[in-house]
Design a binder for this molecule. Structure first.
Ligand code: TEU
Length: 573
């Protein structure tokens, strides 16, 4: 049956506020700018807007280092602006998702400032403090060694930071200025849940949960087992993360957070607000987890519909461009996230490469991947600029603003940092949104200095130019997003992978049980090969070609013909 829960049928658009739209000419995007662009998002056809963090922060990790969870960063706006944004979005039928950073705060957060001052203040136990182990020179220097082998992000250094004031280590699983909160302290949990409640009461429709998999660490601080692996999100990883990631207590935390959301959901509201109807207070809230792990580990967070509502499918950030790879991945997600569960598919975000760069600059492949993203059974997530095929902007590591490479790898020679690109300098995927062909691309006033330089192609690659061009990337995203809303099969139907030869992928989306209707069925065919290919099936006869990503895509006599790296969406009779 077609499920009516709004979040199962929505599409998410990620706004990186600093780079989306600057309304006051200071070179930094802001919430007034987002409000001004809401009509664009409606026209594009997305259902929900996810804002990367907008709260008070020294901005050393651009908002992922928070000093006050219920106050806005002044450069983005104030309480009135954010409430206006929520209302204006809702008035247009858009849902609003905030980014919640629960694992850590900024080291400038008043909680940490107090916590680090002594071992016996009121916040002494709000972070993860340990004495460390004695080393051979401890008797002489007083210095101890880190308490265990837990690693910080990128796995290059220990996650333990020495603090002179306390003569102890604190845990910082990501960057040194992002100390991990002690979630086993009930006061911490209460304070963080209250921050979530504050925004739920203000009407937000849910949260994207930053590094949710890491929050509850092993209570006895056991060292992780040594086992090297390569690739994935980290360039190289030497230890497993049994005691730091996806622990049973962490999975349990998802249920507690869901219970907090339910305080704000009216009885029987699961069916309210189908995609397109704005966030009525009382409608169901979403929790979208940034969790990494095997499909089983990630699936555990959804519980029995009592944990997170969605988790990102990160394999689509780390793909190999091959039919076999994606076929297996789709089959695996269908198996592990069987309906009514579903995954949030994502090809790009503010941490990872732009799609077009991932596929060697080949727009045909990017168009094919867009078609897949927007026709799978799941919640597609689009990162700002993806819809116009924005490219990575190479920027030297020296001079980078992103603390990732600056903190861990400042010594790296340029020929290596250039190859690692956005992996260590995420500035490359965070340059301003390209709205039009003017100086500063409509992101900021022409005489302003954007906080990060624009990509050199902004003059040609921008929203205004692509809006005029029926064959543009923007036109494709717009068509697919609107099609998804219009076709029940794409919005809420089942997915069946069909047998397809070679580098073809074919699947059918079907919604049969709509009352009083004979059902709706759509076929998607993707040709990942370097040669033309055809796909025929009995069901295709009498069908109608809805979308072809290239001029040569045709449908005749029950056969779909596709040039290399083209995709087709066919309405079945
Ligand atoms: O990122 C967590 C995460 O997955 C990173 O470790 C990622 O592997 C890294 O950025 C390399 O691409 C989240 C946010 O998305 C990121 O922007 C924050 O910096 C980070 O958490 C800390 O809050």
């Amino acid at each position: 049956m077609t499920d009516q829960r709004w979040w199962q049928q929505t599409t998410i658009y990620q706004v990186y506020p600093r780079s989306f739209q600057d309304s006051d000419g200071d070179g930094i995007g802001d919430l007034r700018g987002v409000i001004d662009r809401l009509d664009y998002l409606v026209d594009l056809g997305v259902g929900a807007l996810w804002l990367s963090p907008i709260f008070s922060s020294p901005q050393r990790d651009f908002g992922y280092d928070i000093t006050d969870y219920v106050r806005l960063a002044t450069e983005y706006g104030d309480d009135a602006t954010v409430r206006e944004l929520i209302d204006e979005a809702h008035a247009r039928g858009l849902k609003v998702i905030f980014d919640l950073v629960l694992n850590h705060t900024s080291d400038e957060h008043p909680w940490f400032v107090e916590s680090r001052a002594s071992r016996d203040n009121l916040k002494a136990d709000w972070y993860l403090w340990r004495d460390g182990r004695r080393g051979p020179l401890t008797w002489l220097t007083g210095r101890r060694r880190p308490p265990n082998n837990w690693r910080a992000t990128l796995d290059l250094t220990t996650a333990w930071q020495w603090c002179e004031e306390r003569g102890q280590y604190y845990l910082a699983s990501f960057l040194p200025f992002q100390p991990d909160l002690n979630w086993r302290n009930p006061d911490v949990k209460a304070a963080m849940f209250d921050a979530a409640r504050y925004w739920l009461a203000a009407g937000v429709d849910g949260f994207r949960l930053d590094v949710f998999g890491w929050i509850m660490k092993d209570p006895s601080f056991r060292s992780n087992p040594f086992r090297p692996s390569f690739g994935g999100g980290d360039i190289v990883r030497l230890w497993r993360r049994d005691f730091t990631e996806n622990t049973p207590d962490n999975v349990a935390l998802a249920k507690e957070l869901r219970a907090v959301c339910r305080e704000f959901e009216g009885a029987g509201n699961g069916a309210e607000g189908a995609a397109g109807e704005g966030g009525a207070v009382g409608a169901e809230r979403v929790l979208v987890g940034e969790v990494f792990g095997s499909p089983d580990e990630v699936r555990a967070y959804l519980g029995d519909d009592d944990g997170l509502t969605l988790t990102f499918a990160f394999d689509f950030l780390e793909y190999k461009y091959s039919a076999r790879y994606f076929r297996e991945l789709i089959a695996s997600y269908e198996e592990h996230f069987a309906a009514p569960m579903l995954a949030a598919y994502v090809l790009e975000n503010h941490d990872r490469s732009r799609t077009v760069d991932r596929v060697g600059g080949d727009e045909r492949k990017a168009r094919l991947l867009a078609t897949m993203l927007l026709t799978l059974r799941g919640v597609p997530t689009i990162y700002q600029g993806q819809e116009i095929g924005m490219r990575n902007t190479y920027l030297p590591l020296k001079g980078a603003l992103d603390p990732l490479g600056r903190t861990f790898l400042p010594w790296m020679p340029e020929w290596i940092s250039k190859r690692l690109g956005e992996r260590i300098n995420r500035d490359e995927v965070r340059t301003p949104m390209q709205w039009d062909g003017s100086v500063n691309a409509g992101f900021s006033a022409p005489d302003a200095t954007p906080w990060l330089p624009l990509n050199g192609d902004a003059g040609e690659r921008n929203v205004a130019a692509q809006a005029q061009d029926a064959d543009s990337m923007l036109a494709l995203y717009r068509t697919l997003l609107h099609l998804r809303r219009a076709r029940p099969a794409l919005r809420a139907g089942s997915l069946t992978l069909l047998d397809a030869p070679g580098e073809l992928i074919a699947y059918e989306r079907r919604d049969d049980q709509r009352e009083g209707a004979s059902g709706d069925a759509v076929l998607v065919v993707l040709n990942l090969g370097n040669a033309d290919a055809t796909f025929g099936a009995a069901s295709v006869g009498g069908g109608e070609l809805l979308v072809g990503t290239a001029a040569g895509v045709t449908l005749a006599d029950g056969v779909v013909t596709l040039p290399a790296h083209a995709a087709a969406v066919v309405q079945l009779a």
